[in-house]
Design a protein around this ligand. Structure first.
Ligand code: PXP
Length: 240
């Protein structure tokens, strides 16, 4: 069954706009689960621009589905993950200036360091997912790290300027999925997915979980979190 991980970062973005206590991403996670989220995802960034350490600690105690902690492969973040023990960690590249995660990790180019982090986390029973572009060399290198999962970056698909490019990007995702499954990797995907573009990605054979944030939080501001999550689950089945 294809599952939905709801990324609640941007609930924290609204809170941090005033550096106050509301809206609380913990409440958002509870409501997302009531709406049918299969998992909750939060990205603790080095600059703490949205999710705070306190959020991750409380999510660990309150999330009833599974908690996916997104983080950079830094010593600080590895120490936090080993302490909090999320259900899995997704390693992402991080640049201070970026508005959001821009590209996938370069596993092939930083193999030794990333393999070390994968080993550290997985030997503490925290499965690791690597956020990468759907490129053959990156998928092969991901397999060589022994990470349990990859998360295919769907940003280029989402941002495609026309239908031809979109189909090409979808095909790259399909091939990436197939290659990864043949290597024994489990496959998630995310970034830039919306109610309008999610269905073709949801149909990719072998896809396990979609991590979706901005579009769900945007809709939740207008219609409420439970409804926004329910509607995304319908969109993933092509029924919305
Ligand atoms: N997956 C990863 C690895 C991400 O970094 C993000 C953005 O934080 C998402 C999924 C969700 O992207 P969006 O907010 O565009 O749905």
């Amino acid at each position: 069954m294809l599952t939905l991980g709801v990324n609640i970062d941007h609930v924290a973005t609204i809170r941090q706009a005033r550096r106050t206590v509301e809206p609380d991403p913990i409440a958002a996670a509870v409501l997302a689960e009531l709406g049918g989220a299969n998992g909750i995802t939060a990205h603790l960034r080095e600059d703490r621009r949205h999710i705070q350490d306190r959020d991750v600690r409380l999510l660990r105690e309150t999330v009833r589905t599974h908690l996916n902690l997104e983080m950079a492969a830094t010593e600080e973040m590895v120490a936090i993950a080993l302490d909090i023990k999320p259900d899995y960690v997704t390693l992402v590249p991080e640049k201070r200036e970026e508005v959001t995660t821009e590209g996938g990790l370069d596993i092939a180019g930083n193999f030794d360091r990333l393999k070390e982090v994968v080993d550290q986390l997985q030997s503490a029973n925290i499965p690791v997912s690597l956020f990468i572009d759907a490129q053959e060399t990156q998928i092969q290198a991901s397999g060589n790290t022994n990470a349990k999962f990859i998360e295919l970056h769907t940003g280029k698909y989402a941002d495609a300027p026309n239908i031809t490019v979109r189909q090409q990007e979808l095909e790259a995702l399909r091939q990436g999925c197939e290659q990864a499954l043949n290597l024994g990797l489990r496959v998630n995907a995310g970034h830039g997915l919306t109610y309008q573009n999610v269905y073709p990605v949801a149909c990719l054979p072998g896809m396990e979980e979609l991590n979706i944030g901005h579009t769900i939080v945007s809709r939740a501001v207008l219609v409420g979190m439970e409804r926004a999550v329910r509607e995304m689950k319908l969109a993933m089945r092509g029924e919305f």
